[in-house]
Design a binder for this molecule. Structure first.
Ligand code: ATP
Ligand code: MG
Length: 178
């Protein structure tokens, strides 16, 4: 499916990355595949950790840089998989992780560095591209399925309501054409 609903989100501080994640946690449930692409150290794992915290996970959330794959079970949400494919030497190494059988089981998947696994990933719902910005970070968000579009719409609605509050730092949302 073609990409649609593109927008750009400015996150001026780590606190805003976490708030961005908490808003996502309110609307997202299995099944959903979210890929997080972009710069090294741009905040992808920080965002996933904050989503898991919002879903009630109190244990450690380590970056799967070396393990490649971490799994969590959150009451009321279900199974969450967190992948970091940065260290894959070739996309077909992903097949060796034995994940293909898991794609069909309802879960939320967060996949960092999806470009390293091209051709071996499940169908993607939401695409996030993270980059360093001044100040903070910038995310380009798009959906690539009906489920992804619905989640993004509800997620952005929550953020837009928050942006109207004078008490919290602003998360700037810019719609992108094309
Ligand atoms: N909006 C923000 N403004 C400033 N710093 C941020 C923001 N969001 C996250 N950070 C910081 O960015 C740093 C790197 O974050 P993180 O490890 O999550 O990046 P990553 O994208 O997962 O990196 P990698 O590609 O290596 O996996 C952390 O120290 C975090 O506090
Ligand atoms: Mg990371």
């Amino acid at each position: 499916m073609a990409e649609h609903a593109r927008c750009q989100i400015d996150l001026p501080s780590e606190e805003t990355t976490e708030r961005f994640a908490r808003a996502f946690a309110r609307v997202a449930r299995p099944r959903l595949v979210i890929v997080l692409d972009g710069d090294l150290g741009a905040g992808k794992t920080t965002w996933v950790r904050a989503v898991l915290r919002a879903w009630g996970w109190n244990g450690p959330v380590r970056s799967p840089t070396y393990t490649l794959h971490e799994t969590y079970d959150c009451a009321g949400v279900g199974r969450i998989h967190h992948l970091d494919l940065y260290r894959l030497a070739a996309p077909d190494e992903l097949a060796d992780l034995g994940l293909a059988d898991l794609w069909a089981v309802p879960a939320v998947w967060f996949i960092e560095w999806p470009s390293r696994g091209v051709g071996h990933l499940p169908p993607i719902d939401v695409i996030m591209q993270w980059q360093h910005a001044m100040p903070g970070r910038r995310v380009r968000l798009s959906s690539s399925s009906a489920a992804g579009a619905s989640v993004c719409d509800r997620w952005l609605d929550i953020l837009q309501q928050q942006a109207a509050s004078p008490s919290s730092p602003r998360i700037e949302i810019t719609k992108l054409s094309g």
